[in-house]
Design a protein around this ligand. Structure first.
Ligand code: PGA
Length: 245
């Protein structure tokens, strides 16, 4: 059976209350494109307000702690995200792996916590430019998968080559296709798992990337901060299903 597409926007550390207008605009697209899922991960401060106006748009967090509660100043648990109305959480983004020293084992613990709280984890993996140049991209991705995946196979994978994030560079269509096949082959629930591509996805390249067979959607950073560019990316997604609720 064809997998339902997921177009996800990662706002990162961007967005004040006035940015909620973007979600209001995207809400209309979620009705037109009910053949796919649309997710927006705003900063945690905006989650409750975003949930109120989201309609069919799903709202997610950008990280969670692996523990349910406790003395972890500044952190947010999966249960708190769920309580705020989120249904997804992005985990192991390369900016967190680099900026917060998150190792794959920690990503796995967070993913398990997210699943226990009833959230769908979007687990990010990706190789650096030097790793790709050295011909080690598959080795790195294989290891990240092995070490980051939780036991329960209910998750989304986002393949994001680090060198393509926020740089305007994207992997070639052939490299994306090959890596997505490589990843799917290594997933215990292979054909049932959505694998998103991320890294400088924009209206101009979205149609070609989303047409690749093993690409089940996109994780979009910069271009999700404006309703017109994010909606153009949604528009570019092929229709895999007849529209449904
Ligand atoms: P970008 O970010 O689309 O701005 O490259 C993608 C991401 O970091 O998820």
């Amino acid at each position: 059976m064809a997998r339902r597409m997921l177009i996800a926007g990662n706002w990162k550390m961007n967005g004040l209350r006035q940015s909620l207008g973007i979600i209001e605009e995207i809400r209309a697209f979620a009705i037109v494109r009910s053949d796919l899922d649309i997710l927006i991960a705003p900063p945690a401060t905006l989650i409750p307000a975003a949930v109120k106006i989201a309609g069919l748009v799903k709202i997610g967090g950008q990280d969670c702690h692996s523990k349910r509660s406790g003395a972890h100043t500044g952190d947010i648990s999966a249960e708190m995200l769920k309580d705020a109305g989120a249904t997804y959480v992005i985990l192991g983004h390369s900016e967190r792996r680099a900026g917060h020293n998150e190792k794959s084992a920690m990503v796995r613990a967070k993913a398990t916590a997210a699943q226990s709280a009833g959230l769908m984890p979007v687990i990010c993996i990706g190789e650096s430019e030097s790793e790709r140049r050295a011909g080690k991209a598959e080795l790195v991705i294989g290891r990240q998968l092995e070490e980051s995946l939780p036991h329960d196979t209910d998750y989304v994978i986002a393949y994001e080559p680090i060198w393509a994030i926020g740089t305007g560079l994207t992997a070639s269509l052939d490299d994306i296709a090959a890596m997505h096949i490589f990843i799917r082959d290594r997933l215990p629930a292979g054909k049932d798992v959505k694998i998103l591509y991320g890294g400088s996805v924009k209206p101009e390249n979205a149609a070609a990337i989303l047409a690749i067979e093993d690409v089940d959607g996109a994780l979009v950073g910069g271009a999700s901060l404006k309703a017109d560019s994010f909606s153009a990316i949604i528009d570019a997604a092929p229709i895999r299903f007849a529209a449904s609720k």
